[in-house]
Ligand binder design. Structure first.
Ligand SMILES: [Zn+2]
Length: 267
């Protein structure tokens, strides 16, 4: 039997963070993640990045502040997408991508929904704008990988994260229910006083240096899971071909097996 319950390098669990709006506090939060080897995605509004006077992250800082993380879209103006015309939704997403790509220097394919809200029309439109995943604000308190990455529900907001982290760590320690992801989201501007920062540092510390955890950005998880789901598998599961450019690991009869990019493994 083949199961998809292992991540990159055969690790059984994954952790990712997701922070929105390009807050001035990202200048402190991103290095805190770096200190503990934690990785994630920062979803930015280009209008704020280009024109705000509140100390938000500027375009010229993006490459440095987020150097170990992913920069992704959060729309140009941070409006309610489901209330907009089709043309406005497209402009909001494409204009955000255009400015972010200038600032970060790579192709932006990820997004989070302003206010977390969306509907089928919005999901179809952002997909046509080159977006492959988008995060909602519906915390599941669970650790499952989404079926539909355009409605990617996170585990929890960072206010509830200590409890979620505790359950996640117990799951990692027990090691039997693999293929689980802890996805924490929030806004760095919600970290307003030193006690908030202490909570965040304790959280990062408790989740750092775990041997069986893959620390990844949102898009790395999307790309890995998509490659895994795209494997060609023989009807009797005696052969697996990986047509993607990403190495993938599978669980074959309880053994973790690497299926290298572009190769076929015969059992
Ligand atoms: Zn936002």
């Amino acid at each position: 039997m083949i199961q998809f319950d292992v991540f990159k390098d055969g690790k059984g669990f994954a952790l990712t963070m997701s922070y929105d709006d390009g807050s001035p506090n990202d200048r402190r939060l991103a290095p805190l993640f770096d200190q503990y080897g934690i990785r994630g995605t920062f979803h930015l509004n280009s209008n704020r990045m280009l024109h705000s006077t509140d100390g938000s992250i500027r375009p010229e800082e993006v490459k440095d502040v987020y150097k170990n993380h992913e920069v992704a879209a959060h729309t140009y103006h941070h409006g309610w997408l489901e209330k907009m015309t089709d043309v406005s939704v497209i402009n909001e997403v494409l204009n955000d991508r255009l400015e972010l790509e200038k600032a970060c220097g790579y192709i932006v394919r990820g997004m989070s929904y302003p206010f977390g809200t969306n509907n089928q029309r919005v999901r179809d439109l952002i997909k046509s704008c080159g977006i492959v995943y988008s995060r909602t604000a519906n915390s599941t308190n669970g650790f499952d990988i989404p079926n539909d990455f355009l409605a990617w529900h996170p585990t929890c907001h960072h206010n509830g994260a200590p409890e979620c982290a505790k359950r996640f760590l117990e799951t990692v320690k027990s090691g039997w229910a693999k293929g689980k992801l802890l996805y924490i989201w929030g806004h760095a501007h919600e970290l307003t006083d030193e006690s908030d920062w202490e909570m965040m540092e304790e959280l990062c510390k408790s989740l750092s240096n775990l041997e069986n955890v893959w620390y990844a950005t949102n898009i790395e998880i999307y790309d890995y899971v998509t490659a895994q789901r795209s494997l060609h598998i023989a009807a009797d599961e005696s052969a697996v071909h990986n047509p993607s450019q990403i190495d993938v690991w599978i669980n074959k009869d309880g053994q973790t097996v690497k299926i290298p990019a572009g190769e076929t493994v015969i059992f």
